[in-house]
Design a protein around this ligand. Structure first.
Ligand SMILES: CC(C)(COP(=O)(O)OP(=O)(O)OC[C@H]1O[C@@H](n2cnc3c(N)ncnc32)[C@H](O)[C@@H]1OP(=O)(O)O)[C@@H](O)C(=O)NCCC(=O)NCCS
Length: 226
């Protein structure tokens, strides 16, 4: 299989104006059938709405991986990797991945959620040592004083200094999505101070624009491959 970057946007689980109960019941049934016990255990500790978002995203990710690997969803075992806790089938947080028949599945994966949407990215048949990160952001979530000081480098702050209102929020979100995509790619996450990571022009980091990304126009996203 040739190596390829594949991105998929999955719409919100809850549709405004529709009774969410039947879809939630179906989701719970599917999760019990397809997800692994450690994933279900993590979900059990969550409040109902975040739990549904978590389960819907994990189901979407598992189906996405199964489709790309051309196997059945139930043949995959979640096998995450956390820089602090290690990796393997018992780990369900950190960098996503699956095992297939006891061996790591040959697929890089990354996942992000914002405004109900789940964004999935994969690299099929990856090169040894290759890494992947993806992130989606809702600009409305970054409308607070102090964001630039805690999140942006001095050069990034200068780049957004003249912007106002929507343009400012979108520029912030674009930079934040690039940072989180990069930090998921390295596996560090926000343990690395984001204001020390310049992403104005970082090799390997690419913006994912709507409509090609499959996301609505009001969300912004980025992917990092390296
Ligand atoms: C990675 C991170 C920046 C994403 O946070 P976020 O913006 O709230 O969430 P997003 O929806 O964009 O992404 C969530 C997904 O990121 C992925 N992810 C989490 N940590 C990751 C890491 N270290 N490397 C790569 N991907 C990671 C997971 O797929 C997670 O999905 P899940 O909820 O189904 O497990 C944040 O979770 C983080 O900094 N984590 C690392 C902190 C850490 O190492 N803690 C130690 C735990 S013991």
């Amino acid at each position: 299989m040739a190596s390829e970057l594949v991105v998929r946007a999955c719409p919100p689980f809850r549709v405004p104006g529709q009774d969410p109960a039947p879809a939630a019941a179906e989701l719970e049934r599917e999760a019990l059938q397809f997800l692994d016990p450690p994933e279900l255990e993590r979900a059990r500790a969550m409040m109902p709405l975040p739990r549904q978002d978590f389960l819907a995203a994990r189901m979407a990710q598992r189906r996405f991986a199964a489709e790309l690997l051309e196997v059945r969803a139930q043949d995959l075992t979640a096998s995450y990797s956390c820089p602090q806790c290690g990796s393997g089938p018992g780990i369900t947080h950190g960098r996503p991945g699956y095992a297939l028949e006891g061996a790591p599945a040959p697929l890089l994966l990354s996942l992000s959620r914002a405004a109900g949407w789940t964004l999935l990215a994969a690299v099929t048949a990856p090169e040894p040592g290759q890494r992947l990160g993806v992130d989606v952001e809702d600009p409305l979530g970054l409308d607070f004083d102090g964001f630039d000081a805690v999140a942006l480098t001095p050069a990034e702050r200068r780049a957004v200094a003249s912007l106002r209102e929507d343009n400012l929020l979108r520029a912030r979100a674009r930079l934040w999505a690039r940072k989180e995509a990069f930090l998921k790619m390295t596996g560090e996450g926000l343990r690395r101070p984001p204001e020390t990571l310049d992403v104005l022009d970082r090799p390997g980091v690419t913006d994912l624009a709507a409509p090609a990304s499959g996301l609505p126009d009001d969300l912004v996203a980025a992917v990092a491959v390296g």
